[in-house]
Design a protein around this ligand. Structure first.
Ligand SMILES: Cc1ncc(COP(=O)(O)O)c(C=O)c1O
Length: 366
């Protein structure tokens, strides 16, 4: 019997539900559930991380100045506007710590990441969902959902697991119509994959002079440093001052800093990862469409597939995929129980997945 219990908002947290990490029936597991990079990190990043291990008995510099400067240099911005965290998830949580109190509202969109309501619940805030429209963030719906009580709005652009984006004019319209005292968080974890001319991860909004927008980014996806945990954000210095108050003293590890500095500079490697994603995603999605499946217009390194007969069919397909050693992400937690999210991972995994689906088509399962 326990005499202690968590606070009510924490008791209700659903928690992160990953795709399968281990598949008992298959010899090899094809990991297509975490949106990890097929290409892997820049060799320069890797060797910097290995080299720094000799000094791993030393704390990194507080406030992470070297990696902030490297990011600032890459994008020609002021390093005081860059903040780094142990993954962008760290930053997304710190935002709730810094800006929302118990009883306040934090708004996020229907198919948004579980990180947002979790961050809200940890500070005792109410996590309020704004419905999306056909897998797209709907600015009008966000505006209808916010109240006087709202302190933070999280919007992923592009979204995960939808993979869809909304144009910069729409994000600007959102900012214009939100009260100035609400912090708008633009989570642009997949920004590096997007080619669209009308897309922006949010730089210009941060520079609007009102100190009420933060753009978050990750080095887990395009830069393939997921295991080291490195995220960053661009925000006015006043917002960074708040994040610096609530962060852990040494919130980014030395290996992540060393690798991140090299990764952000290695533009050739980034181009290689982008080219692989573009080519493989085009092939993969054409195959899915040829099978008669519905595929969301993803601009990311993953595809979202909808199964026409609904959640039970989706579950049955996932079971067969897993028996074949393929781990993908079921999306019930993002209110898409009839969908699977599939990372544009290695060729052999994607080819096997298509073969399995073709077989299921022959058998009338899909
Ligand atoms: C939209 C989005 N935001 C944030 C994150 C967190 O990334 P990380 O903590 O690895 O930087 C992810 C990871 O999948 C994501 O998809």
């Amino acid at each position: 019997m326990s005499f202690i219990s968590p606070k009510g908002t924490v008791d209700n947290i659903a928690g992160y539900q990953p795709g399968a990490m281990k598949l008992s029936t298959a010899k090899k597991m094809h990991r297509l559930s975490f949106n990890e990079s097929r290409i892997g990190p820049s060799p320069k990043a890797l060797s910097a991380a290995v080299d720094i291990m000799q000094n791993c008995y030393l704390y990194p510099l507080p406030g992470n100045p070297e990696i902030r400067e490297a990011i600032a240099e890459r994008y020609s911005v002021d390093a005081d506007r860059i903040f780094c965290g142990s993954g962008s998830e760290d930053i997304l949580r710190l935002i709730a710590c810094g800006y929302a109190d118990a009883g306040d509202d934090i708004v996020y969109t229907e198919h948004g990441m579980v990180i947002y309501p979790t961050a809200a619940s940890c500070v005792g805030a109410n996590a309020i969902i704004a419905p999306e429209k056909d897998l797209f963030v709907d600015v009008d719906s966000v505006l209808e959902t916010v109240t006087e009580n709202s302190k933070v709005v999280y919007v992923a652009n592009p979204g995960n697991p939808t993979g869809t984006y909304i144009p910069k004019s729409e994000i600007a319209r959102l900012r214009e119509n939100l009260n100035d005292d609400i912090l708008l968080v633009v989570d642009a974890a997949y920004a590096e994959f997007v080619d669209a001319d009308d897309y922006s991860p949010g730089w210009e909004l941060v520079d609007n002079g009102k100190d009420n927008v933060i753009m978050t980014r990750t080095m887990s996806k395009m830069y393939a440093l997921a295991g080291l945990r490195l995220g960053w954000s661009y925000a006015p210095a006043s917002v960074n001052a708040v994040l610096n108050k609530v962060r852990a003293g040494f919130n980014v590890n030395a290996a992540a800093i060393a690798a991140g500095i090299e990764a952000i500079k290695d533009i050739e490697h980034e181009k290689k990862a982008k080219a692989y994603n573009d080519k493989m995603k085009a092939w993969f999605e054409a195959e899915l469409l040829a099978l008669g499946l519905e595929v969301a217009p993803s601009v990311c390194n993953f595809s979202l597939v909808r199964f026409p007969d609904g959640a039970e069919q989706c579950k049955a397909v996932n079971q067969v995929l897993s028996e074949n050693g393929i781990s993908v992400k079921p999306c019930g937690g993002a209110y898409l129980p009839d969908c699977l999210r599939i990372t544009i991972g290695a060729e052999d995994g994607l080819e096997l997945l298509i073969d399995v689906l073709k077989d299921l088509k022959t058998k009338g399962v899909i």
